[in-house]
Write a protein that binds this ligand. Structure first.
Ligand SMILES: C[S@@+](CC[C@H](N)C(=O)[O-])C[C@H]1O[C@@H](n2cnc3c(N)ncnc32)[C@H](O)[C@@H]1O
Length: 219
């Protein structure tokens, strides 16, 4: 018995992934291609165990309307889209034509190009223009940290009664404990504190990947 999450060495992560259904061959190819083309930016991609969790949560939520803020080469989008209920749609927001060209190829290969609607441009604008109807069942936020609070407010205003907002990087490699946080670290510290104090919601912060907050409406 233990009262704390185990630390994850590379070996233990490999074991965990070898004994999970996700990532499959297609997602492993996407990890590999992203590593090859963006060797200095691989940390932009979510951890594979986060991807499996996104699929599961989307499925458990019975989500039909999903939004992703920050798509990169499309990994998390595939994971969310695979969990959607039949007829469901995922709107993806990103401002990089280059990154999302890779994503589009993989979405096509995964048979998901009809399920995913990519909106290229500044996500602040895209998200603020999203309709309120149908409401959002599941949202995943993984873009510019400075935008997190605005994305959160816009998405919360559109969230269905049992919907969930999932926010990535909330532990920021542990830097949220810095004694004098600055830049994105300070932004994340502030964001986490505001969500924890927000009486409209309940939040569960999980130590998966770089930290995921699962945010639902209170009560
Ligand atoms: C951490 S990556 C997303 C990783 C992705 N979720 C995955 O699983 O691979 C962040 C993405 O946000 C995009 N981005 C950053 N700021 C943005 C903004 N203001 N508007 C739209 N996209 C933005 C970047 O182009 C990048 O692709």
């Amino acid at each position: 018995m233990t009262t704390k999450t185990v630390g994850l060495s590379d070996e233990l992560q490999g074991y965990l992934l070898d004994h999970s259904s996700s990532p499959d061959a297609l997602l492993r190819d996407l990890i590999e291609e992203t590593r090859e083309h963006y060797a200095d930016r691989t940390n932009l991609q979510i951890a594979p165990e986060q991807g499996g969790l996104l699929t599961l949560l989307t499925r458990l939520a019975g989500a039909r309307t999903a939004v992703e803020v920050g798509t990169f080469t499309g990994y998390s989008a595939i994971c969310i889209a695979r969990g959607l209920a039949p007829g469901g749609r995922l709107t993806c927001c990103d401002n990089s034509e280059e990154y999302t060209a890779v994503a589009r190829r993989y979405w096509q290969r995964a048979g998901l190009d009809d399920v995913i609607d990519l909106r290229l441009g500044d996500a602040h604008e895209t998200v603020s223009r999203l309709p309120h109807d149908p409401p959002v069942d599941l949202a995943f936020v993984d873009a510019d940290k400075g935008g997190y609070h605005a994305y959160y407010e816009e998405l919360l205003a559109r969230l269905s009664p049992h919907g969930m907002i999932i926010v990535d990087n909330v532990l920021w490699s542990g830097r949220v404990l810095d004694s004098e946080p600055s830049g994105d670290t300070a932004t994340l510290v502030d964001f986490n504190a505001r969500v924890a104090a927000d009486e409209r919601v309940e939040v569960l912060m999980l130590p998966v990947g770089d930290g995921l907050s699962l945010i639902t409406r209170a009560g």
